[in-house]
Write a protein that binds this ligand. Structure first.
Ligand SMILES: Cc1cc2nc3c(=O)[nH]c(=O)nc-3n(C[C@H](O)[C@H](O)[C@H](O)COP(=O)(O)OP(=O)(O)OC[C@H]3O[C@@H](n4cnc5c(N)ncnc54)[C@H](O)[C@@H]3O)c2cc1C
Length: 498
C-alpha cells in the first residue's frame, strides 16, 4: 500500500470515528491551519482532524500508527517557530485540539484548575478570576493560544519573572502516547518524587513525544493592588539603554523583591512600527523623546493598591535620582495601565504588519545582557548596514527578542505588498548570516537560542549546531523510545535522520 492510499484509509476511518464535519479535507479551508502565524512556513496537509475527546485522540493515534500517517498536533496555531505547520508532502494530517474545550474541575483550596488541552489561555484566566484567583501565564495571543500549545512550547510571556513559565504552572497532564495509550498524570500535586518526571518530558516537547489532552494548572492568590509604570531611559543608543535597563532591574528587584511582576524592555525600533500601524497604541507623546528606549514595570502587592504604588514610586525615585531613568509615568487608571501594556503587546503584531524579520528569542544571564547587546549590535550593523534592530522583551527574566528588520530604504515608494516582498527577499538572502552572528554571541555567553518559543522547524538545525553530540544523542534516544514509528510531528525539534 502506498502512503497516499494509507492516508486515504486513515481519513475514511477518521470520518467514521469523528463524523464528516470533524475531518477537513477541502484544501480551500486549510489556510488558517496550514500556515504559521508569521506566514513564514507554508504547509500542505492531507487533512485537518478535530477530535473532541481524549478517547478520540487516542483512537486517531492508533489508526495513524496502523497506516504510518504522520500527525501534526495543533492548538491555536499561534506558535512562532513553525512547530504546528505540516510539511509540504501533502501527506501529514493536522490534529487540531481546539474543540477540546471542557473545564474538567476547579479546586479552590488546592488552587488548581483541570482543563482540556484545547481550552484557551484567556479562558483559564477568566475562570481563575471567577474563582477569586489568578492564572498568571500571559501573552498577547492569549485569546487563541491553548493550554496544550502553551505546555508543548513551555510558553513564557510577561509574568515569568514572578510566577515562572508554563512548566512551572503545570502540576499534572494527561497524554496520548505515540502508540495511542492514555497516560493519566492529572495529579494536582506540588510535590511528587515518584521516579522519572514524565510530565516534564512532555512539557516543551512541541508535540514530538505525545499529545497533551488535559492539564492541571496551578492558580495563585490575586494580588490586592497592581500598579504599572512606563519609564524612558536617558540613552538614545539602544545598547547603552539595555545596560541602563539592567541597572534599573537591580533597583526594582531590591525594592520590590517578589512583588515585581513585570519588567519589559522596548527599544525605539521595536516601538516605531506600533506608532506607524497601530497609532492608537503608540507610546505616550508626553513621555521622554521618540529616540529613547522604554521599560514597562509592573508591581503586584498582596496588601493594597497604595502599597503597590508606594513600592513603584520608590523604585522610580531612586532611578530618577541615579539617572537610570529620564522620565516616567505611573498609570493613574486601569485604562492607562492597559494602554502601557497595549504598546508592549502590539510590538509583535506591528512588526508582522511591517514585514518579515529575522526573529530571535534568546535568553542570557542578566549579567551578560548589556555586553551582548553592545557586541551583537556592533557586529550586525557592520555586516548588514541599514538594518533596524528591533530589540525588546521580557528583560526581567533574561529573555530578549533581538529581532532584525530589513533596511527601511528597501521599501521606499512601495505599497504594502511591495514592502512585504522586499523585506521577505532581504530576510531570505541574509537570515543565515544574521542568525550566525547573534547565536554565536548568545552561546558564547552560555545563553539559549530559544527562551520561550521552542525550536519547531525554525530553530531545529540551529539547536543541533550548538548542542553537544551527547545532548542530541540523548534527545534522539528519548524520541525513539516514545515515538518509535516517528509519527508525531516528525522533523520538528530534531531532524528526522534520512
Ligand atoms: C502576538 C503573539 C505574541 C506572542 N507572545 C508570546 C510570549 O510572550 N511568550 C511566549 O512564550 N510565546 C508567545 N507567543 C507564541 C505562542 O502564542 C505560544 O507559543 C503559545 O504557547 C502557542 O500555543 P498554541 O495553542 O497556539 O500552539 P500551536 O501554535 O498550535 O502549537 C505550538 C507547538 O505545540 C504543539 N502542540 C500544540 N498543542 C499541542 C498538544 N495539545 N499536544 C502536543 N503538542 C501540541 C504543536 O505541534 C507545535 O509544535 C506569541 C504569539 C503571538 C502570535
Amino acid at each position: 500500500m502506498t502512503t497516499d492510499s494509507a492516508t486515504a484509509v486513515f481519513l475514511s476511518q477518521a470520518k467514521a470515528l469523528l463524523g464528516e464535519r470533524a475531518v477537513l479535507t477541502d484544501s480551500e479551508g486549510f489556510a488558517p491551519y496550514a500556515t504559521d502565524w508569521r506566514q513564514k512556513f507554508f504547509g500542505r496537509p492531507a487533512a485537518v482532524v478535530f477530535p473532541s475527546t481524549t478517547q478520540e485522540v487516542a483512537e486517531l493515534v492508533r489508526l495513524a500508527n496502523q497506516q504510518s500517517v504522520a500527525l501534526v498536533p495543533q492548538g491555536g496555531n499561534t506558535g512562532l517557530s513553525g512547530g504546528a505547520t505540516p510539511d509540504e508532502s501533502g501527506r501529514q494530517v493536522i490534529l487540531n485540539l481546539s474543540r477540546m474545550t471542557r473545564i474538567r474541575a476547579r479546586d479552590q483550596d488546592n488552587k488548581t484548575i483541570t482543563v482540556d488541552a484545547g481550552v484557551t489561555m484567556q479562558t483559564v484566566q477568566e475562570e481563575a478570576d471567577r474563582m477569586g484567583l489568578t492564572f498568571p501565564l500571559n501573552l498577547t495571543a492569549r485569546g487563541t493560544a491553548t493550554i496544550g500549545g502553551n505546555l508543548s512550547t513551555n510558553a513564557g510571556g510577561t509574568a515569568v519573572l514572578r510566577y515562572g513559565n508554563a512548566r512551572a504552572l503545570c502540576l499534572g497532564i494527561e497524554v496520548v502516547t505515540a502508540e495511542g495509550q492514555v497516560w493519566d498524570g492529572l495529579r494536582g500535586l506540588r510535590k511528587d518524587n515518584t521516579g522519572y518526571d514524565l510530565r516534564d518530558l512532555f512539557v516543551g516537547a512541541e508535540g514530538t513525544l505525545g499529545i497533551i489532552t488535559g492539564a492541571v494548572m496551578a492558580l495563585h492568590p490575586k494580588p490586592a493592588g497592581v500598579m504599572t509604570a512606563l519609564a524612558c531611559l536617558p540613552d538614545p543608543e539602544p545598547a547603552q539603554a539595555a545596560a541602563r535597563a539592567v541597572a534599573l532591574l537591580q533597583v526594582a528587584q531590591e525594592c520590590c523583591t517578589a512583588s515585581l511582576t513585570g519588567f519589559e524592555f522596548m527599544t525605539p525600533a521595536s516601538m516605531n512600527p506600533v506608532s506607524d500601524y497601530y497609532p492608537q497604541f503608540a507610546r505616550p507623546a508626553s513621555l521622554g523623546s521618540a529616540d529613547q528606549s522604554c521599560v514597562l514595570l509592573e508591581v503586584s502587592h498582596a496588601e493594597s493598591e497604595q502599597a503597590a504604588t508606594a513600592m513603584l514610586e520608590r523604585v522610580l525615585d531612586i532611578a530618577l535620582q541615579g539617572s537610570l531613568v529620564a522620565d516616567a509615568l505611573v498609570a493613574q487608571s486601569l485604562q492607562q495601565a492597559q494602554a502601557f501594556w497595549d504598546l508592549r503587546e502590539h510590538i509583535t503584531m506591528a512588526a508582522a504588519e511591517d514585514g518579515l524579520q529575522v526573529k530571535f528569542d534568546i535568553a542570557l544571564p542578566i549579567s551578560s545582557i548589556a555586553e551582548f547587546c553592545q557586541v551583537a549590535q556592533q557586529r550586525l550593523l557592520q555586516a548588514y548596514p541599514g538594518i533596524r534592530l528591533s530589540n525588546f522583551g521580557h528583560l526581567g527574566d533574561g529573555n530578549l527578542h533581538f529581532n532584525v528588520a530589513a533596511p527601511a530604504h528597501l521599501s521606499k515608494g512601495l505599497d504594502r505588498q511591495g514592502r512585504h516582498e522586499a523585506y521577505r527577499a532581504y530576510v531570505k538572502a541574509n537570515e543565515d548570516g544574521i542568525r550566525r552572528i547573534v547565536h554565536d554571541e548568545v552561546v558564547a555567553r552560555q545563553g539559549s537560542i530559544s527562551a520561550e518559543h521552542g525550536l519547531g522547524i525554525l530553530r531545529r538545525d540551529e539547536a543541533a549546531h550548538y548542542k553537544s553530540p551527547v545532548e542530541i544523542e540523548l534527545m534522539r534516544k528519548i524520541k525513539q523510545a516514545l515515538d518509535p514509528n516517528n509519527i508525531l510531528n516528525p522533523n520538528k525539534v530534531l531532524r528526522t535522520p534520512s
